[in-house]
Design a protein around this ligand. Structure first.
Ligand SMILES: [Zn+2]
Length: 359
């Protein structure tokens, strides 16, 4: 007979693969369940959990070196109660998944405890199973399981209406070929040679856009008086109009707005093809000169732990630039304050209250 733990963990791992969500908590859960499965493979019938430190889970889920993660950061971002809530949400939101665990009669649960061992006590996490009672996924069960977690007594209730942004490390930002033409190490002084060159290119593209627009309209109006013009030439000219529009809308306008908005999404050509997110911010250096810098503002969504990126506020927000969650871009929306690097919830009215009846 197959081990019950093995059946439940295998099923959970399969369901995580079937319904992938790009959120940190799902990655934490995946890390924990994968470690249990690996341990079971090499053990006998009796289940011996693989207990993991928060640093290990944090590092593995984010793909960073475990030694670079300090215990406080890991503790702040991995909350056992939230892990169990996310786990239950995951199962509840996929009927097939819920059915699978109902059939087995057991479902996974995350357990945390204080490890014994000298003065440097730290809590360890692992996954166990619990009976699916009355097919209900109640809150009480979660509270029961987390009461073991002595370490988390000091944890504050999370504030879902607020988040803090950070800049991606410079080494992690990949710039495009076009950017490297003008930006030296991701930075561009506007009064340097490259800066003036970029301005000239910008002005030139603007003049070209206007010229194409006027020329196309003139040709269209005077077509009958221009016997030398062939049809294919007119077609090529017509094709130039959308090109001019795209250039104006996605190249000229964003860069033109940079000095006023201070932060913009990197327009076409500036973002690396392999990277789907890049921002340009402008600041004054010590000589009071304007410098443009390729960067990336990121945050973790307080609601679902997905990645928050800057995006256009249109059409649902008033601000030109807001932070949108990659997993729920129109529901989990936060404001963006570049100076304090903070944001407030702007999303659907009452969403936070609906998800947290206690607020
Ligand atoms: Zn989210």
């Amino acid at each position: 007979m197959e081990n019950k733990h093995l059946t439940v963990f295998k099923e959970f791992k399969k369901q995580l693969l079937n319904f992938p969500r790009d959120t940190l908590y799902d990655k934490y859960l995946d890390t924990i369940v994968s470690a249990q499965l690996k341990k079971i493979k090499y053990s006998d019938d009796i289940f011996e959990p693989e207990k993991l430190s928060r640093q290990y889970i944090y590092a593995k889920a984010r793909g960073v070196n475990e030694d670079s993660v300090d215990s406080q950061t890991a503790k702040n971002s991995i909350n056992t109660k939230k892990l169990n809530l996310e786990l239950e949400n995951f199962i509840r939101s996929h009927p097939d998944c819920k059915q699978a665990f109902d059939d087995i009669g057991y479902m996974p649960v995350v357990i945390a405890s204080l490890s014994s061992g000298g003065a440097k006590n730290r809590s360890l996490l692992w996954m166990d199973i619990k009976a699916v009672r009355d097919n209900s996924f109640g809150q009480k069960q979660i509270l029961d399981t987390t009461s073991l977690d002595v370490d988390e007594e000091t944890e504050d209730e999370e504030d879902l209406s607020f988040l803090t942004y950070e800049r991606k490390p410079e080494s992690a930002i990949k710039s495009s070929l076009f950017t490297r033409l003008f930006f030296k190490q991701g930075k561009l002084k506007l009064r340097s040679f490259s800066g003036v060159l970029l301005m000239l290119l910008l002005m030139l593209s603007f003049v070209a856009d206007i010229f194409i627009a006027i020329f196309s309209i003139l040709v269209l109006f005077l077509l009958s008086d221009l016997p030398g013009f062939k049809l294919w030439q007119v077609m090529v000219l017509l094709l130039l109009i959308p090109v001019a529009y795209l250039n104006w809308r996605y190249f000229f306008m964003p860069l033109y707005q940079l000095p006023y908005h201070r932060v913009i999404k990197a327009p076409m050509f500036f973002a690396n093809i392999n990277v789907d997110n890049a921002d340009i911010e402008m600041y004054r250096n010590k000589d009071k000169l304007n410098v443009a810098r390729i960067t990336e503002f990121i945050a973790v969504c307080p609601i679902c732990s997905g990645a928050i990126e800057l995006a256009n506020g249109k059409p649902d927000q008033k601000q030109p630039l807001v932070g949108r969650c990659r997993e729920a871009p129109h529901a989990h929306v936060y404001s963006f304050d570049r100076m304090t690097m903070t944001g407030w919830f702007l999303g659907v009215d009452n969403l936070l209250r609906c998800e947290n009846p206690t607020i």
